[in-house]
Design a protein around this ligand. Structure first.
Ligand code: FAD
Ligand code: NAP
Length: 463
């Protein structure tokens, strides 16, 4: 008896002397950056509690809503994110948008530190006449449409045309071109949305031009994605022969991976042969759009013919000439990159570079920090760095953890007052289960739910 009271006394006095303050960190955005930053931080700090807020009721950002449906292997990262989400010191809070449902100032009151990882949800524009015509669509929204992003599920791209022009030569441009040219029999086994599948089954699209302002040595797409285009059944890739002239001779001066990609392009240009292909893929270089043509619907794109300036291949810039040419088409997809926005007025933000800036207690990770470039692996490295930095700042007291912070309870109270339904990770797993079940019924890995109200309704069942 005596011994037990001594132990209790000892425990109590320990607590009284070293009052333990649990570091609390909010992460905004549940894409790769949010999850990788969380993963690193829980690994490096044994006490920290992390709350991941997400504007949608469902997690995983562009892994769910960007990565192409015919690239299921890329989505395996979701397994790692799920492990992190299920960690005892990590919470997922879906359906909460920073800048609308919760403010940065509230988060600063509730947490010792905030990591902003909300990506880039706008796209760059050309600012040319006709850019806002119907059927001139950003690739970002077209991707959102076929991947079931709730705000894009009503997009209704008009595929009742034979020729499509994609402006830009990055991997997103190749993704949208591939989805337009892939036989529907292949797509129907993926998690592409049912409405997109039906629209693509009715599509009359026969050719896609992929337009770059610079030359074949400066394309932004990568070899794996280009090789996929070459392997598409019934599709012929065709280059303008004069645009590939002299490229082979430059190959020895290039370094990998540009060297291997250029070799493949040169090889494809030599082999181009329509054979029995019924669809065409035309990479076209040294062209910039100056206007979208058509008095009502889109009828084409006017392009300036460009030349290149500068001696370093990678850094050569495009210069327009007085020459123009018109390309006939019924649909234009603009794919010249994404852009981050300032989600809350208090976010330290470089408006010119469209990136978040660091400030005391405020960190950023992923595309919001680096700009909208880089694959998941690149984003992972950047987010790991953010996690490491926050762990270091907690340890060296650059982040003030002397006083306890109310964390999730405080934010939840405010959300409750506003009548906002939050979605936990187990709620998401319920949505996930329904999607997988619906997919099974039609031979797909999942049938995505594309309506927020339906997601919320499923999330709240069996509570
Ligand atoms: P995101 O993935 O965009 O995540 C940001 C999250 O924040 C989202 O969930 C968003 O809903 C949420 N959010 C936004 N605003 C708020 C707010 N105000 N409040 C709360 N939450 C908010 N990489 C590959 O390696 N392989 C591929 O095949 C591949 N395909 C791609 C296809 C496309 C179309 C695109 C655009 C990119 C692709 N990438 C691919 C790149 C990869 O998706 C990115 O590197 C990565 O997703 C960036 O991660 P992120 O967390 O910074 O941003
Ligand atoms: P990106 O790779 O930066 O490509 C943007 C393209 O737009 C480039 O061809 C660029 O040409 C062009 N462009 C930019 N501004 C322009 C302008 N004003 N006029 C004409 N052309 C312009 O961007 P992204 O395709 O959006 O991809 C974003 C990131 O996601 C990339 O890192 C990409 O690799 C990644 N991603 C990966 C995959 C995959 O792994 N399968 C799939 C999709 C996306 P210049 O080079 O001349 O600027």
């Amino acid at each position: 008896m005596h011994r037990i009271s001594f132990i209790l006394y000892k425990r109590f006095s320990d607590i009284a002397v070293h009052r333990v303050v649990i570091p609390k960190v909010a992460i905004i955005g549940s894409g790769p950056a949010g999850f990788y930053a969380a993963q690193q931080l829980i690994k490096l700090n044994n006490e920290v509690v992390i709350d991941i807020y997400e504007r949608l009721p469902v997690p995983f950002g562009l892994v769910r809503y960007g990565v192409a449906p015919d690239h299921p292997e890329v989505k395996n990262v979701i397994n790692t994110f799920t492990k992190t989400a299920k960690h005892s010191r990590v919470n997922f809070i879906g359906n909460v948008k920073l800048g609308k449902d919760v403010s940065l100032s509230t988060l600063k009151e509730a947490y010792h530190a905030v990591i902003l990882a909300y990506g880039a949800d706008k796209d760059k524009e050309f600012g040319i006449p006709g850019e806002n015509k119907p059927n001139v669509i950003s690739a970002r929204r077209f991707v959102g449409w076929y991947n079931g992003l709730p705000e894009d599920n009503t997009l209704l791209p008009n595929l009742n045309c034979e020729h499509v022009v994609v402006l830009g030569q990055g991997n997103v441009a190749v993704d949208v071109a591939r989805i337009l040219l892939t036989p529907v029999d292949i797509l129907k086994k993926t998690d592409i949305t049912q409405y997109a599948l039906e629209a693509l089954a009715q599509s009359r699209v026969k050719s896609v031009h992929l337009i770059g302002r610079r030359g074949p040595l400066q394309v932004a797409f990568t070899i794996k994605e280009f090789r996929e285009m070459l392997r598409l059944p019934q599709v012929c890739t065709s280059f303008k022969t004069d645009q590939m002239a002299g490229v082979k001779e430059i190959i020895p001066k290039l370094v990998r991976p540009r060297k291997r990609l250029t070799e493949l392009m040169v090889d494809a240009a030599l082999k181009q042969n329509k054979g029995n292909a019924d669809k065409m893929f035309y990479p076209l270089f040294l062209r910039s759009p100056v206007s979208i043509l058509g008095s009502g619907d889109v009828t084409g794109v006017r392009l300036s013919v460009n030349t290149l300036e500068g001696s370093d291949f990678e850094k050569q810039t495009a210069v327009t000439t007085e020459k123009y040419e018109d390309l006939h088409c019924g649909m234009v997809l603009r794919s010249i990159g994404y852009q981050s926005t300032k989600a809350d007025p208090d976010i330290p933000f470089d408006l010119k570079a469209c990136k978040a800036l660091p400030a005391p207690g405020i960190y950023s990770a992923g595309w919001l920090c680096t700009g909208p470039v880089g694959v998941i692996l690149t984003t992972m490295s950047n987010a790991f760095e953010a996690g490491i930095l926050v762990a270091k700042h907690i340890a060296d007291k650059s982040i003030d953890v002397s006083q306890p912070k109310p964390g999730l309870d405080y934010v939840k109270q405010q959300l409750l007052q506003k009548g906002i339904q939050t979605v936990s990770f187990s709620d998401w797993e319920r949505i996930d289960g329904v999607e997988i079940k619906r997919g099974k019924e039609v031979g797909k890995p999942r049938e995505k739910i594309t309506n927020v109200n339906e997601m919320l309704q499923i999330a709240s069942q069996h509570r």
